[in-house]
Design a protein around this ligand. Structure first.
Ligand code: MG
Length: 159
């Protein structure tokens, strides 16, 4: 079987009084991400990429935001659940590439910690987790600092 590929996209609103957690790493700043869980937009995009590659739908189906179990949930735990479901259908991730689109703060000081955290949850070598940073160049909801978006691609193979 040739490699399977899945894509994921997510965005969350930036508001005061919430934490900014990206790929399981808390990033200090004035604003954080709003959402039912910890709103880890990067973990959510990667979860959708993995589910997509495995033909398993999306995280909204697996973890509905009407379910109180997932209120303020650690999205890295959610990602671990997704990995378990991917494994149940006989697949495993090969690599994950992702882009965080965020105006501020700068992602680069946290990139290594994020890669390490994601690699640990997904059971992959750090080299197989690539994290890129982009900005909105002052345009749109990202550019105005109203939110953060993340995109991810994952490839999977049979175990
Ligand atoms: Mg989300």
């Amino acid at each position: 079987m040739s490699a399977l590929v899945g894509i994921g996209y997510d965005s969350h609103r930036l508001i005061a009084g919430r934490r900014l957690v990206l790929g399981g790493v808390e990033i200090p700043g004035e604003l954080g991400l709003d959402g039912h869980s910890d709103a880890d937009v990067l973990a959510h995009a990667i979860a959708d990429a993995l589910l997509g590659g495995a033909g398993l739908g999306d995280i909204g189906e697996h973890f509905p935001d009407t379910d109180e179990r997932w209120r303020d949930a650690d999205s890295m735990e959610l990602l671990a659940h997704v990995l378990a479901r991917v494994r149940e259908v006989g697949l495993e991730p090969v690599n994950v590439d992702c882009t965080v689109v965020m105006e501020r703060p700068k992602l680069s000081p946290h990139r290594s910690a994020i890669r390490t955290a994601l690699a640990a949850v997904l059971g992959l070598d750090v080299q197989r987790i690539n994290v890129k940073a982009s900005t909105g160049e002052g345009i749109g909801f990202v550019g105005r600092g109203e939110g953060v978006a993340a995109l991810a691609v994952a490839s999977l193979r049979e175990r």
